[in-house]
Design a binder for this molecule. Structure first.
Ligand code: CA
Length: 241
C-alpha cells in the first residue's frame, strides 16, 4: 500500500508532535495543524485519506470544522475521527451528529488511535474494492463513486452513513445486529455502540426521505434493509443490477 495521508488538527503541540511521530513511524504522510481555520483552508488541496480532529480548539471549534468539512464536496467523503475530552459523552454524540465517522476520548494511547484510523481506512478500501451499482425503484447507490440518489436527486451522506447503507444493502433481507454493523462499518466493536449506530441510522433514514422506510428496525435485534412498494418478487430479478 502506498503511503496514506493523514491530516491532524490538535492545538496541544506536544500531542500533535507525538501523533505525527507515531503515524510517520507507521508509514503515513502527516500534515499537522494547530487551528481549525488553517486546516479547513488546506484540507481540500492536501486531499488526505483521513482526518483526526480535536474537538476543543481555540477559535473555530472542532464541531464547526467538522461540519464545514462534511458539507464541502471535496472533503465530505474523507473519514474523520474526532478527539473528545474524557467524560463529555454529549460531545461525542454531538460530534457524530455533525458527521464525524468515529470518535476517541482523551486520554487515549497513540496505538489506539492508529487502530481506529486503520479500521476506518480498511473499511473504505473494502467498499471501493466491491465495485458495483445497486438500484431499486428510485433509490440508486453507486459503490464506486459513493453516489446515492433518491428519485434522481443526489443525497449527501457522510462516509459513515454511506457505509451503513452499503452494509444494509449488501445484506438486504437479512437482519444485521448492531455489533455486525459496527464491525462492518467501523471495523471494531466499542462500548456505547448502540446509541452510536442509532444516531447514524436516524440521520441516514431522514436523508433518504421516503426510502428511509426501507430500513426496518427489528426490535431488540438490529436493522434490516427491505425495498417496499414493489410487486412481490419483481425487485429481485429486474430492478437490481
Ligand atoms: Ca484541544
Amino acid at each position: 500500500m502506498s503511503s496514506e495521508v493523514i491530516l491532524i488538527v490538535e492545538d496541544e503541540v506536544d500531542i500533535l508532535n507525538l501523533l505525527q511521530y507515531t503515524f510517520e513511524n507507521e508509514g503515513f504522510v502527516t500534515h499537522g495543524f494547530v487551528n481549525g481555520e488553517e486546516a479547513l483552508e488546506q484540507a481540500a488541496d492536501i486531499g488526505p485519506d483521513i482526518i483526526v480532529l480535536d474537538l476543543m480548539l481555540p477559535g473555530m471549534d472542532g464541531l464547526k470544522v467538522c461540519h464545514r468539512l462534511k458539507t464541502k464536496t471535496r472533503t465530505r467523503d474523507i473519514p474523520l475521527i474526532m478527539l473528545t475530552a474524557k467524560s463529555e459523552v454529549e460531545d461525542r454524540i454531538t460530534g457524530l451528529e455533525h458527521g464525524a465517522d468515529d470518535y476517541l476520548s482523551k486520554p487515549f494511547s497513540p496505538r489506539e488511535l492508529v487502530l481506529r484510523v486503520k479500521g476506518l481506512l480498511r473499511r473504505k478500501g473494502q467498499i471501493q474494492n466491491e465495485a458495483s451499482h445497486w438500484q431499486s425503484e428510485g433509490l440508486s447507490v453507486d459503490f464506486d463513486s459513493f453516489l446515492v440518489k433518491t428519485d434522481k436527486e443526489e443525497v449527501s451522506l457522510t462516509s459513515t452513513e454511506f457505509n451503513i447503507l452499503s452494509s444494509l444493502i449488501r445484506s438486504r433481507g437479512r437482519v444485521l445486529n448492531r455489533e455486525q454493523l459496527l464491525d462492518q462499518v467501523w471495523g471494531y466493536d466499542f462500548e456505547g455502540y448502540a446509541r452510536t449506530v442509532d444516531t447514524h441510522m436516524h440521520r441516514l433514514r431522514h436523508k433518504l426521505g421516503a426510502y428511509g422506510d426501507w430500513i426496518e428496525t427489528v426490535r431488540g435485534i438490529g436493522y434490516r434493509f427491505k425495498p417496499k412498494n414493489l410487486p412481490s418478487g419483481s425487485n429481485q430479478s429486474n430492478a437490481e443490477t
